[in-house]
Design a binder for this molecule. Sequence first.
Ligand SMILES: [Mn+2]
Length: 354
Amino acid sequence: MFKDFLNDNSFHKEYYIDLCNYIEKHVDGDRPLYAVHGLCTDGGVAGAMIHHQIPEAIIIPLDYKILNHPAASDILSDIKWEGIVDLKPFNKHRLKFWVDHHLSAVNLKVNAERIRFDINGDSGSYQLYLSDFINELPQHLIELAVMTRTTDTAGYITEPPLDTYKSISDIKIDQSTGIEGRKQLEQRIWLLDDAWGSVTTLKEQLQLYQLLAKNGFIGLDKVLSRVNRMRDERKEAVKIADNIDISKDIICFSYKADTIDNFTITRRLQTRGVKVVVSLARVPDGVKISLRRNRNLDENMNSKIQLNELAAKMNGGGHAGASGAKMPDVTTALREIYAWSNKIGLSVNHTELN
Ligand SMILES: [Mn+2]
């Protein structure tokens, strides 16, 4: 029944085939269905929480790519969900509960018995913990819910780590307080984030719901090798970023999607002081563009650089400091970027990475 969605969706096709099969397998069964934000630390922890409290529940990770697709959304909205967490209220039938924290859901109609919605609520799973929609959680899950307040708001004070571990017990915690304690805690939060960030399959997501539901943070021991691989790639990304010429205000880099760790390159360039980082990922049907303004600019520069305006010229949108867009190819995108930069008096450099 998802044939239309899959037909025009060549990117990450295997993942979506698995996901659609999984949904079809359970949609008419008698186990309660819960949708959480997929490929996402926040939605992932929410899935683990639900799995722990409602063991018979089927947790289905959904993302906006499938949710916003016309053919898929008709089917997904018509499913009899029990609950939805960290996603817009896309359901037709009445939910037992809906939990979210995204600004984009503010004016949407909600059809649910119980609602917990707080746009200042940091993360969906933290909101789920604060709600009384599922019974009281054990400490090992509360700890994870609190961690998502950092992962979901990118509220880190530390850089993405490059450390690899043989065992989860190698992560030292020595009860430091203040900044030192915060930095140590963040090493644990990054590990949770990287465990979800390194997920590529449905199976890996379902496994993480189970590991975290059962053992909380130490459950991540079982996926350490995957995290370590991701961190080795991150080391490569840091090297790439350090080789990029940053003498201009706006630094653009283009690459084939999924071949490099663009998040780390962007972070590293920002640490090096670049005002705006633009990443252009070539995907089969065009180029996905991400625009990021450095957080450490003065007021004057901040008001000058309204990235949502540039994104709007490239079929996208977002916030002044962080926006996304999509264009048919790199050349067309760069033409818009140069024109906009020129208008506000900033210089641009573009590097083709691969
Ligand atoms: Mn969230």
